[in-house]
Structures are given as C-alpha cells and as structure tokens.
Design a binder for this molecule. Structure first.
Ligand code: NAP
Length: 334
C-alpha cells in the first residue's frame, strides 16, 4: 500500500510499504480523510519531537477494515475517528488523570505510523465510532477539535463572556464557533488576512480585527478588556498583546505553538495586580469523545474551513512547503 513516510528530517517520501495488519487489541482502519496539520510541517523540519522513519498523519477518519484478537465493540465496517495520543496509564500524570502530560506519550502519526496511508493499525481503545452516514472529511476534524475543547475547558467561558481569539487559522476559526456554542456574547477574532476575517464573521464572530490597522490592544479592549483571550497564532507578539487585552481577573489560554526556546518578555507586576490567569492547553485530554459528538451533531460549520482536497501523492509537496495564501485546512483523501 502507499504511505507518506518521514524518513529523516527534511526527507518526506510517498512509497510502497507492507500492508499492516491488526495485532491483538488493534483495529485496521482504511483511511478515508486525513487533515494536514501545521505540526506535520514542524515535524518535517525537525522542529517537533518525531519518530523516524514513520508515516505521518494524526488527524484522520476511516472505516474499520479488520479487527484484531481480543477487540470488543467493533466488527468491521464502522466509521471511526482515532485519538492519536496513546498514554501509558502508569506514570504520575496518567494516575492524576492528565494523559496529555504522560511521560511516555506515544502519538499515532508522530511516533508510530499514522493516517497519511491507505491503511493504519491502531489500538482499538483509541477509536471512537461516528455515525455511518457522516462525511469522513468532517470526521477528520475530530482531533483538532478535541484540542480546542480542552482549551475551552481551561478558559471557563460561560454565557455572557467576552472572548478574543488571536490567529484566524483553522484552530482560530474552530475556536470562534466553539466560543459561541459555549455562550460567549462577544467573540473578537484578530487575524491579518481579510478573507479569514470575513469568514469569521460568518461563523459567529461579533467583531473581526486586523492587527495591523491601528492599536490592536485598544481595539480589542474597548475600555475594560475581555474576559478571555485564546492565543491561537503561536507568535510572541500575540502572547504579549493578549495579556494586555484582558480585563482584571481575566484568563489567557496559551494554545499556539511557538518554536522551542523562544523567549517572550512579560510584566509579572501587571499579571499580579490584575490577577491575570495564564493557562496553557496542550492536546486533548478526555475530549476526543466530546469532539466526535459535536462533529456528529453537525452543529459546526466545517466545509467552509476546507480549502484544498488532495491525494496521498500531493502530501510531500504540501507539507514540505509553507502554507499557501488562503489555505485553511488541507484534507488528504487516500
Ligand atoms: P495557522 O494556520 O498557522 O494559524 C495561525 C494564524 O495566526 C496564521 O495563519 C495567521 O493568520 C495568524 N497570525 C500570525 N501572526 C499573527 C498576529 N501577529 N496577529 C494575529 N494573527 C496572527 O495554525 P492553526 O492550524 O490554526 O493552529 C494555530 C496554532 O495552534 C498553531 O501554533 C498550532 O501549532 C497550534 N496548535 C496547538 C495545539 C495544542 O494542543 N495546544 C493543537 C493544535 C494546534 P493571518 O495570516 O490571517 O494573520
């Protein structure tokens, strides 16, 4: 079968590989749709810890093709989404119920073979069923959505909250929709591309702001500041700006990934006297099932986020290049 393999940092190739089989406790998934994530580009460049060689692809949805020994609950033919993050269950973080902080986290599509392939074998416990008729492209959104749900959990948005979302990539545009679902009455999206600002307004943002047009902090604060900022750009300036946009007692959720080693000056005094809550949200602890339920409900606008649909043979060129202007989510259909 065909698979897209990271053989070394900077070396990604599509090649024929032996067809995997479902081992004990595993299911074999025939991949119908897989999302390309910014992390795949980081892995290609060696900016994120990654196994090598490995088949990339950690956001995918497909049909159960075979069921391994000892697996209960699957017979074959089910549409599934897969939580790629396999926690060990034995370390202190796992015992404390925080699998995203597992010392031995083994992610599918990062350290073991993932979904940029025709077939992938995964532990059955990582799979969540989706309704049979669901568009598998929507199913491929479960993984990024599960990460966003964790951010929403730590943000503690309640009906009537005011929320600013910094960065209008696929994550920021999912956050806009989730913040509205959570009851936020004001959702401000800050991003540079005009087309994304226009889309955000259609998806539920109440205001969309170009950070280059005037004083972005004052334009978001509009007097008192917002209750919650979710930083989804992963650049130093948005972290600094976000902290200054908050009202007293507000919460900033750090979600974007800045390259390891980057330092950002912040003012501890301002955090202290304003009792600013600075939270980080990493991966998807206990949120994948909820993400699957939300996707299955059809309440989110996902088709508007898909800008490109490609084959396996196109992945190398896309992951190996910078995102194209206008690109939001690229979906691979093996
Ligand atoms: P993305 O497509 O790169 O979106 C980020 C967007 O931020 C950029 O496209 C850019 O859009 C905008 N941006 C850049 N500089 C900005 C600035 N100064 N002010 C306002 N907006 C700015 O990435 P994504 O896929 O949406 O993901 C967002 C971030 O979340 C990434 O860093 C990703 O690695 C991270 N992530 C974290 C987790 C987690 O578990 N914490 C999970 C998944 C992803 P414009 O060109 O429109 O400005």
């Amino acid at each position: 079968m065909r698979a897209v393999r990271l053989e070394a940092f900077g070396s990604l190739v599509m090649r024929e590989v032996p067809t995997p089989s479902a081992g004990p406790g595993e299911i074999l998934v025939r991949v119908l749709a897989a999302g390309i994530c910014g992390s795949d580009r980081h892995m290609f460049k060696g900016e994120y810890p990654t196994g090598r060689p490995v088949t990339l692809g950690h956001e995918f949805c497909g049909l159960v093709d075979a069921v391994g020994e000892g697996v209960a609950g699957f017979v074959g033919g089910e549409l599934v989404t897969v939580d790629p993050n396999i926690a060990c269950g034995a370390c202190r973080a796992c015992h404390e119920g925080r699998p995203n902080l597992c010392d031995n986290l083994l992610a599918i599509g990062v350290f073991r073979d993932g979904g940029f392939a025709e077939l992938v074998a995964v532990p059955a416990l990582q799979a969540h069923k989706l309704p049979a008729g669901l568009d598998p492209v929507h199913g491929a959104f479960c993984e990024p959505l599960a990460c966003c749900l964790h951010a929403l959990d730590v943000a503690r948005i309640v009906p009537g909250s005011s929320v600013a979302i910094l960065g209008g990539g696929v994550i920021g545009l999912l956050m806009v929709q989730l913040a509205r679902l959570a009851g936020a009455s004001e959702v401000v999206l800050v991003t540079r591309q005009a087309s994304r600002r226009a889309l955000a307004l259609e998806l539920g943002a109440t205001v969309a702001i170009d950070p280059a047009a005037g004083d972005v902090i004052a334009n978001v604060r509009r007097g008192t500041g917002v209750d919650v900022v979710v930083e989804c750009a992963g650049v130093p300036e948005t972290l600094q700006q976000g902290l200054a946009m908050l009202r007293k007692g507000g919460t900033l959720v750090l979600f974007g990934v800045t390259p390891q080693g980057v330092q950002v000056p912040i003012s501890p005094f301002d955090l202290l006297v304003n009792e600013i809550r600075l939270e980080a949200a990493y991966l998807n602890p206990h949120t994948h099932a909820r993400a699957a339920a939300i996707v299955a409900s059809g309440v989110l606008e996902l088709d508007r986020l898909v800008t490109h649909s490609v084959g396996l043979e196109d992945v190398v060129g896309i992951v190996g290049a910078a995102p194209q202007p206008g690109e939001i989510k690229v979906i691979v259909r093996p």
